[in-house]
Write a protein that binds this ligand. Structure first.
Ligand code: TYM
Length: 328
């Protein structure tokens, strides 16, 4: 892999879904890629009204999570999106290439905007900013959860259109979507993806939940009345979700996990998963607390922004030249 890019919005807590579907995978691929860029995409967070104080804290929190889970600043460039002005500039240039129809078809916009007149324009153009993020770094691979797949298809369409009309500038990025874990479901409602914007906090586990909270949430997770442990997303979404979580956390295959529960019931599955989750998250939480309070964090972000800016500015120059914008 030549260049990996991904981002996470600083909109509050990080769920186990964000972690297993995306952030954990950033760490898994950082040694395989020649270059890694991971951004805290604060401009994307602005698409929904944010409390400025929380926005400030959340941005630093996500950066601290990046480091706490094991991203290594010597291998990965970690930066805040708004620190690199090229993102907003390139986003405008790509907006002028985008069509109403293709943005209207984005399911996330349909879900969030619900076609209403009062839906934010930022929500509508959100995927174009995401395309700018990816394309500015000549990204070859983008690790994301399944809900971002459509946005990356749009990114490819815009890149293709630009390359065709103005000259070959952009590299075509591939989404990296895991087979297991790309769509972690809610614990109370396993028909819907686990989401930080969910009304009930029993539906998600956050990266910062205490062992007690994790225990309570997994114990209460919805299963079914069969009490037989096997993977069947369609008929047993709750149990299959718990098995997927275990598989991503331990790296074990689904088959071997299912085998290990032979003859056992849901009580055993939940008890084991509580232990695995707590053991996995506790060291991350400890590192997070240390990093969040250290000055190292802002130094890493400052350095990351400088490097990201240098790379993104090069691509931006090419975009401007291709479009015939005068540079002096
Ligand atoms: P965001 O901040 O909503 O989510 C961050 C990442 O978490 C994944 N994810 C999940 N994966 C599995 N199961 C779930 N239940 C689950 N919920 C969330 C998301 O797919 C995502 O990978 N638009 C992006 C941020 C972004 C970006 C980018 C990503 C902005 N620019 C450029 C890649 C490249 C977003 O809203 O992520």
């Amino acid at each position: 892999m030549k260049c990996v890019f991904s981002g996470v919005k600083p909109t509050g807590i990080i769920t186990l879904g964000n972690y297993l579907g995306a952030i954990k995978r950033f760490v898994d691929v950082q040694d395989q890629a020649e270059k890694n860029f991971y951004s805290v995409v604060d401009l994307h967070a602005l698409t929904v009204a944010q409390d400025p104080k929380e926005m400030y804290e959340n941005t630093l929190n996500i950066a601290a999570v990046y480091l706490a889970v094991g991203l290594d600043p010597r291998k990965a460039t970690l930066f805040v999106q708004s620190h690199v002005p090229a993102h907003a500039e390139a986003s405008w240039m790509l907006t002028c290439l985008s069509r109403m129809g293709e943005l209207n078809r984005m399911t996330q916009f349909k879900d969030k905007g619900r076609g209403s007149d009062s839906a934010g324009v930022g929500l509508f153009t959100y995927p174009v900013l995401m395309a700018a993020d990816v394309l500015l770094y000549q990204t070859t691979h983008v690790p994301v959860g399944e809900d971002q797949k459509q946005h990356l298809e749009l990114t490819r369409d815009l890149a293709e259109r630009f390359n065709r009309d103005y000259g070959e500038i952009f590299v075509m990025p591939e989404p990296l979507i895991a087979e297991v874990g790309a769509r972690i479901m809610g614990l109370q409602n396993p028909e819907k993806k686990m989401s930080k914007s969910d009304d009930s906090d029993a539906n998600y586990i956050t990266l910062m939940d205490t062992p007690k909270e994790i225990e309570k949430k997994i114990k209460r997770a919805v299963t079914d009345s069969e009490n037989a442990i096997y993977f069947d997303e369609e008929n047993k979404p709750g149990v299959s979700n718990l098995l997927s979580i275990q598989s991503v956390l331990t790296g074990e295959t689904m088959d071997s996990i299912v085998q290990s529960y032979e003859g056992l019931g849901y009580g055993a599955l939940k008890k084991n998963l509580i232990e695995i989750t707590v053991d996995h998250l506790t060291p991350i939480q400890q590192r997070y607390q240390e990093i969040r309070q250290s000055e190292e964090l802002t130094n890493i972000l400052r350095h990351g922004a400088e490097h990201a800016d240098a790379v993104a500015s090069e691509t931006l120059k090419k975009i401007k030249d291709a479009l015939g914008l005068v540079r002096l």
